[in-house]
Design a protein around this ligand. Structure first.
Ligand code: PMP
Length: 455
């Protein structure tokens, strides 16, 4: 029985597992949270406590836990054909079928796909694909990439270089030579006296300045998330995305919109690019593609790029598990569920507006909260030492982590990013569950405010 084994499991985890995303010493002292099962919007820890999953796993379990249908699909695909590869001019029915299904929901023009196993692999692949593309276009000098500070595109060396997470780049080798960054479009932090619209123009102009500085003839692509997720849910002010699109087109810089978090309904559209009415050239996706049930990612391309890839010789790139048939079958069934249960329009019209209304009430009333940001079912509350004078907590003050630990005790998982608390619940979350999420959030904020002497 799991409950009696929790202490033993923790001890074994401490003995054998490395958690490279965590502080090893802190984890050793605290012990890992052991999550043992899930159903709907809830998970259960190994002590049997039911916890509302306000992070949808890690921004991915859009359809919720416990879908037998996906287990059945995986089981029959595994019996039929557990694996085949893409290397011998080969593919599988499951992969072809998923590509066709994806083409039905991706924005017009993005109808060609390459499959991998994670968001990191998708973005890492994009670096090579883009360089190959410009070579076949006769512009081999176009090989510089521009990303954004606090952008997150994965954990491989190329993906870390595309991203702009200082902590991940701290060893000093992670920003490969051809990678550059512009500041994040965070009005609350960087906007000063500018209106959101004025700041949007200024933040987008930083891209043009960077392109000109590097020389447009050298710049291959700009990569950005519709909303910067792991960087703390930074949603750009109105007018930012159309300007970004205009600047990329003007300088013939490819626009890569990373849909790993925003894709598959999170903002109330199938993709974040549709929410912001922007047309990418390349679109990586993962997480919500299979709702996390199995590892899979995809890169969608437009016609121009896919032509170059088809006719431009061999890129010599691929992973053993690219287009894994079991993952493909599960991803397709996941898309079917999102569609059948109307999760995208439900998010847009019903659940996200309710979620935002409830969180806004908390944010307005609570002295600890300076800003509620995000769109759709993606949100962050910025915790402030003094919201009236706009005084931030010091990085050394673990206010969001303390708040997270309190919430976990009360039965809610959210993520702490700097001094912000981040929420990204499953799309299937109900109004009643949102009320529960709100109650625990408010109680945890109260306890944290008290501990930090903020009233
Ligand atoms: N891109 C974005 C926007 C992400 O949020 C993430 C993961 N959080 C990744 C890429 C990397 O995905 P993975 O962890 O599957 O490699």
């Amino acid at each position: 029985d799991l409950q009696t084994r929790t202490a033993e499991l923790r001890q074994l985890d401490d003995q054998y597992n490395i958690h490279p995303f965590c502080d090893g010493k802190e984890l050793h002292e605290r012990g890992a949270t052991i999550i043992a099962k899930g159903s709907g919007s809830y998970v259960w820890d190994s002590d049997g406590n039911r916890i509302l999953d306000g992070m949808a796993g890690l921004w991915c379990v859009n359809i919720g836990y416990g879908r037998d249908e996906l287990a059945d699909v995986a089981s029959s695909q595994m019996r039929e054909l557990p694996f085949y590869n893409m290397f011998f001019q080969s593919t599988t029915p499951a992969q072809i079928s998923l590509a066709k299904r994806l083409a039905e929901i991706t924005p017009e023009g993005l109808n060609h796909f390459f499959f991998a196993n994670s968001g990191s692999e998708a973005n890492d692949s994009i670096v090579r694909l883009v360089v190959h593309f410009w070579k076949t276009e006769g512009q081999p000098e176009k090989r510089l990439f521009i990303g954004r500070n606090l952008g997150y595109h994965g954990s491989t060396l190329a993906a870390v270089s595309l991203g702009g997470m200082k902590a991940m780049q701290a060893l000093g080798h992670e920003v490969l030579p051809d990678f550059h960054h512009i500041p994040e479009p965070h009005h609350y932090v960087r906007g000063g006296d500018l209106s959101p619209e004025e700041f949007a123009k200024k933040a987008a102009a930083e891209l043009e300045t960077k392109i000109v500085e590097l020389g447009a003839k050298n710049v291959a692509a700009f990569i950005a998330e519709p909303i910067q997720g792991a960087g703390g849910v930074i949603d750009p002010p109105p007018g930012y995305w159309p300007e970004i699109q205009r600047i990329c087109r003007k300088h013939d810089v490819l626009l890569v919109v990373d849909e790993v978090i925003c894709g598959f309904g999170r903002l109330g559209e199938w993709f974040g690019s549709q929410y912001y009415d922007v047309t990418p050239d390349i679109m990586p996706m993962a997480k919500g593609l299979s709702s996390g049930y199995l590892p899979i990612s995809a890169v969608a391309f437009n016609e121009r790029i896919s032509e170059a890839l088809r006719m431009g010789g061999t890129l010599t790139h691929g992973f053993t598990y690219s287009g894994h048939p079991v993952s493909c079958a599960v991803a397709e069934a996941n898309i079917d569920i999102i569609e059948r249960e109307n999760l995208v329009p439900r998010t847009r019209e019903e659940i996200a507006p309710y979620f935002r209304k409830v969180l806004q009430q908390i944010a307005d009333a609570h002295p600890l909260v300076g800003e509620l940001r995000g769109q759709g079912l993606l949100a962050a509350m910025q915790l402030m030492k003094d919201r009236d004078s706009k005084t931030f907590f010091e990085p050394s003050e673990p206010v969001a982590i303390d708040c997270r630990e309190t919430a976990l005790q009360k039965g809610l998982i959210f993520r702490a990013v700097g001094s912000a608390m981040v929420l990204c619940p499953p799309l299937v979350i109900t109004r009643q569950e949102i009320d529960e999420l709100a109650d625990i959030t408010a109680a945890s904020l109260d306890a944290t405010a008290k501990a930090y002497g903020i009233a």
